[in-house]
Write a protein that binds this ligand. Structure first.
Ligand SMILES: [Zn+2]
Length: 224
């Protein structure tokens, strides 16, 4: 399966009446992308951050500065957001079947692992596209992409990511819940938030050496 789908198909977050003028609608790639977008949009984070995701989808579909496409390709072993210098549209390369391991350990259980989830992976790359739309270098904001991805992961009961490759991310990317329906907090805090400042003492992504500071770059769901 290989194909490119125009981003217009993804404006699911737009108000009603916004056309989905996608000439490829009906093919398997468009269908898998549309289904993933619906799962993202309908997901409900038990920690109450799903509105951030909906706002992100809206921003993604309305970026005034660039055009984005999603290339659904089951051959790739890593999801990517590419922004080649001077090129438009920018491309998300997304494997709708990729469920390989991202990191060992899951919610404190070393016997488990965090696996890629195709829908979560698509949201991760969309977060990078929005970063690009905002004029940021996505390669410098992996922690934020993982934080957004984790909102969806919580909503569907998946293990949350705490790393990008071998790099341990700031603890604020993860939120724990005391019990079903209970309050949430980042693992660095002792009591449930929202009145408690999260421990941000770990290096912020902006302070790290950038993996790719040039304009012509790719930002993936993990390092090569
Ligand atoms: Zn990434």
């Amino acid at each position: 399966m290989f194909g490119i789908v125009i981003i217009a198909a993804l404006v699911l977050a737009a108000p009603s009446g916004r056309a989905m003028a996608d000439p490829t609608t009906g093919n398997s790639e468009a269908a898998s992308i549309a289904a993933a977008m619906q799962r993202i949009q309908r997901s409900v984070d038990p920690c109450g951050e799903s509105r951030q995701v909906v706002a992100l989808l809206r921003e993604f579909g309305r970026c005034p500065n660039a055009t984005y496409k999603i290339n659904a390709d089951t051959r790739v072993t890593r999801n990517l957001f590419d922004r080649p210098q001077g090129a438009s549209p920018r491309i998300i390369t997304w494997n709708p079947e990729l469920r390989s391991e991202l990191e060992s350990g899951c919610d404190g259980d070393p016997a488990k692992s965090v696996q890629r989830d195709p829908t979560a992976s698509l949201l991760h790359e969309i977060a990078h596209a929005v970063q690009d739309c905002r004029g940021l270098n996505p390669g410098e904001h992996e922690a934020e992409a993982v934080r957004i991805e984790n909102i969806y992961r919580r909503a569907v009961g998946l293990c949350q990511r705490s790393r990008y490759g071998e790099e341990i991310l700031p603890l604020r990317v993860v939120k724990l819940q005391s019990s079903r329906g209970g309050r949430c907090w980042s693992p660095s805090t002792i009591v449930p938030d929202d009145a408690v400042a999260h421990d941000d003492s770990r290096p912020r992504p902006q302070q790290r050496a950038t993996r790719s500071a040039v304009v012509d770059e790719s930002s993936g769901d993990r390092p090569n």
